[in-house]
Design a protein around this ligand. Structure first.
Ligand code: ADP
Ligand code: ZN
Length: 660
């Protein structure tokens, strides 16, 4: 049929552009549909998770249609990175923003006026100036893509008032079509985007929210420094972001990591803007491996090879968690997201939110909303259910575990043999629960009774620190003078770690089996539920806090399968060198996914080089010789050293994680 033919032709044309320009040989879910909307001039809303490949959806149509399109972007750093990346692939693009010199700006304007430029990145404020709208009219531009479109909605988590001005687009540019892109999932935000932008009968393309290449781990927090170090030891020399709640915590932790020899720095809104900028830049250019940050850090970070995200404490909503962990593994390779969790976190947030609401004198509605979000996050942190599943369900999607070899769920360049968890076919194979690292809830009645009776013995007049001291049989001046060493509960838990007893007590508070007075020095006190527990009339389930070692996931192992590690490291050095010479971030030259594929295939000719993931015509022309020479040298020197096979295909994957 004619329609089928046309469809097949369009698909072939799209794939051809994608292969030639970016060196990718297949499309990710919904990319084809989104490109079609762009070609057909039909308004669209495209919701894909971070790393889902939204940019390609607006980059391809202007090439196929031979026109110039506009992309609205919220941050200058994002625009610059995108333009650099596109130019490195030989894709004509430009940006107009306030950080340009007059000369740069004139250059960009000339380029745009020539009509040879396919994409122009611009901020919302600049787009709606009359000068710009006149240019749009002169050039007959009528396709606009709005990136980070949730910024237009005050229901989103990143409202930017300047986005509201985009409402004039449909009125000022006759026949304009608008394509909105976001990673924010909620229905309400989506509807708001449609309404604010005045979209007409838009195609709604909502992707799957699950990120199969992310490994989620929830670990009971006992000692932040030690636990962070342990996680980082699995990611030597790789990019990591650690989120803390307070500025002071970020400073202390960054200092400690730097003292341990990591290339780490802190980042928060209290730092002077020049310093913030330098840190961001150093991270982008791989001079820094680790940033310890408050949530202020992240937007504008386009580094696609972040291998590890650690939350030193629980964030206040699943939306935040999804966004922050979304910065890991954008290149499609495995990455690890660890949440160090204490039941104290939720209590702390509740206090902070209540205090904030009281101080701002706002009505209860805002507070109620934030407490509801907090509750969602608490549910994510409760034990027993697959983290991937809980996250998907939170965003209203049913979870399907990845199947072997499925390109939609199997990442960009999985090597053959990538299996999910062999023990549990329904499990994700990529979270602490499905990997069997965390135990489920256990009967906690005895522990609970010891703690509660101690609260009763000290007559509900002391705080948690003191109660825990008594339970652990501390022999201090204070305890002796209060004669609390004579209580029957003194030393009941003396064989337990202090942090463990604290953690258990927080769990009781969190489950409302124990109460706490208000004020600066809260005192532990009993409630009706406590009494029932003490009488043995009520079940208590607690999270055991023994911590098992993290295991290698099948996926993580597979992403290294056949990769010559020494060659990979050498190619990474070459990439850094070239990046420095060209003054661009290294990922603009090649992603980690490309380098691993190169170190796996070890191409010897230009033709073979084109076969590497992420190599298109332009990159072959620009970098082919340098990388081929490096590979030749490496293979040659390994052969000279008398190795049959210089760690090539067939090598066992490196043991990144301790097993067992
Ligand atoms: P998003 O904006 O949705 O967070 P990006 O557009 O930045 O995601 O894409 C994430 C990464 O995936 C980029 O490195 C991009 O080049 C890559 N990518 C996009 N589409 C494909 C594809 N079809 N095949 C392989 N890699 C892709
Ligand atoms: Zn799971």
């Amino acid at each position: 049929m004619a329609v089928d033919n046309e469809e097949a032709e369009t698909r072939a044309a799209i794939l051809e552009v994608v292969r030639r320009t970016w060196g990718y040989d297949s499309l990710r879910p919904l990319q084809e549909e989104a490109v079609r909307a762009g070609l057909e001039g039909r308004d669209s809303v495209v919701v894909l998770p971070t790393g889902g490949g939204k940019s390609l959806c607006y980059q391809v149509p202007p090439v196929l249609a031979g026109r110039t399109d506009i992309v609205v972007s919220p941050l200058i750093s994002l625009m610059k990175d995108q333009v650099d990346g596109l130019l490195a692939n030989g894709y004509p693009a430009a940006a107009l923003h306030s950080a340009q010199t007059a000369a740069e700006r004139a250059d960009a304007e000339r380029f745009i006026a020539s009509g040879d430029c396919h994409l122009v990145f611009v901020s919302p404020e600049r787009l709606v100036t009359s000068w710009f709208l006149q240019t749009v009219e002169n050039l007959g531009i009528n396709t606009f893509s709005v990136d980070e479109a949730h910024c237009i909605s005050q229901w989103g988590h990143d409202f930017r008032p300047e986005y509201r001005q985009l409402a004039v687009l449909k009125q000022r540019v006759p026949g304009a079509t608008i394509h909105a892109f976001t990673a924010t999932a909620t229905e309400r935000v989506r509807e708001d985007i449609v309404e604010q932008l005045g979209l007409e009968d838009p195609t709604m393309l909502v992707g799957r929210f699950d990120r199969p290449n992310l490994i989620y781990r929830l670990i009971p927090r006992l000692d932040t420094n030690d636990q962070v170090s342990e996680v980082l030891s699995r990611h030597q020399g790789e990019a990591a972001i650690i989120y803390c709640i307070s500025r002071k915590d970020t400073e202390k932790l960054a200092e400690k990591l730097a003292a341990d020899g990591h290339r780490a720095a802190c980042y928060h809104a209290g730092l002077e803007s020049g310093e913030r900028h330098r840190t961001q830049e150093a991270f982008s250019t791989e001079q820094l491996d680790i940033v310890v940050a408050t949530v202020a850090f992240g937007m504008g970070i386009d580094r696609s090879d972040v291998r590890c995200i650690i939350h030193a404490a629980m964030p206040k909503s699943v939306e935040h968690y999804q966004q922050e962990t979304g910065r890991a593994g954008r290149d499609g390779l495995s990455a690890e997201c660890v949440l160090l969790h204490s039941p104290a976190d939720a209590l702390k947030w509740r206090t902070v939110l209540e205090r904030g609401a009281a101080e701002s004198g706002e009505n209860g509605e805002g507070l109620e909303g934030s407490l509801r979000l907090l509750d969602g996050m608490r549910r994510y942190c409760s034990p027993g259910r697959c983290r991937h599943r809980v996250l998907s369900e939170y965003f209203g999607q049913t979870y399907e575990p990845p199947r072997r070899g499925d390109p939609a769920t199997d990442g960009a360049v999985s090597a053959p043999g990538a299996a999910t968890n062999p023990q549990d076919p329904d499990g994700c194979g990529a979270c602490d629960v499905c990997l069997g690292e965390t135990e489920g809830l256990v009967d906690g009645i005895r522990d609970a009774q010891m703690i509660l009776s101690c609260v009763a013995r000290v007559e509900q007049r002391y705080g948690m620190g003191h109660v825990v001291d008594v339970l652990r049989g501390a022999d201090t001046e204070r305890i002796r003078s209060l004669r609390h060493d004579e209580l029957s509960t003194w030393g009941l838990m003396k064989d337990r770690d202090r942090k463990e007893v604290m953690n258990l007590t927080f769990q009781l508070l969190d489950q409302d089996l124990l109460a706490r007075s208000e004020g600066e020095y809260p005192v532990l006190c009993l409630n009706q539920a406590s009494v029932e527990v003490m009488r043995g009339e009520r079940r208590v389930q607690l999270v055991p806090i023994r911590v098992k070692r993290a295991r290698t996931t099948a996926r993580e192992a597979a992403s290294w399968e056949g990769v010559d590690r020494a060659l990979f490291d050498s190619l990474r050095e070459l990439r850094t060198e070239l990046a420095r010479r060209r003054d661009v971030p290294p990922y603009v030259i090649f992603s980690d996914a490309s380098l691993r594929d190169m170190a796996r295939k070890r191409p010897a000719t230009s033709e073979e080089f084109l076969d590497v993931h992420g190599v298109g015509d332009k990159k072959l022309a620009d970098f082919g010789d340098a990388f081929l020479a490096r590979i030749r040298d490496h293979v040659g020197s390994a052969a000279a050293a008398g190795l049959d096979d210089p760690g090539g295909p067939g090598d066992p994957p490196p043991d990144l994680f301790e097993t067992g």
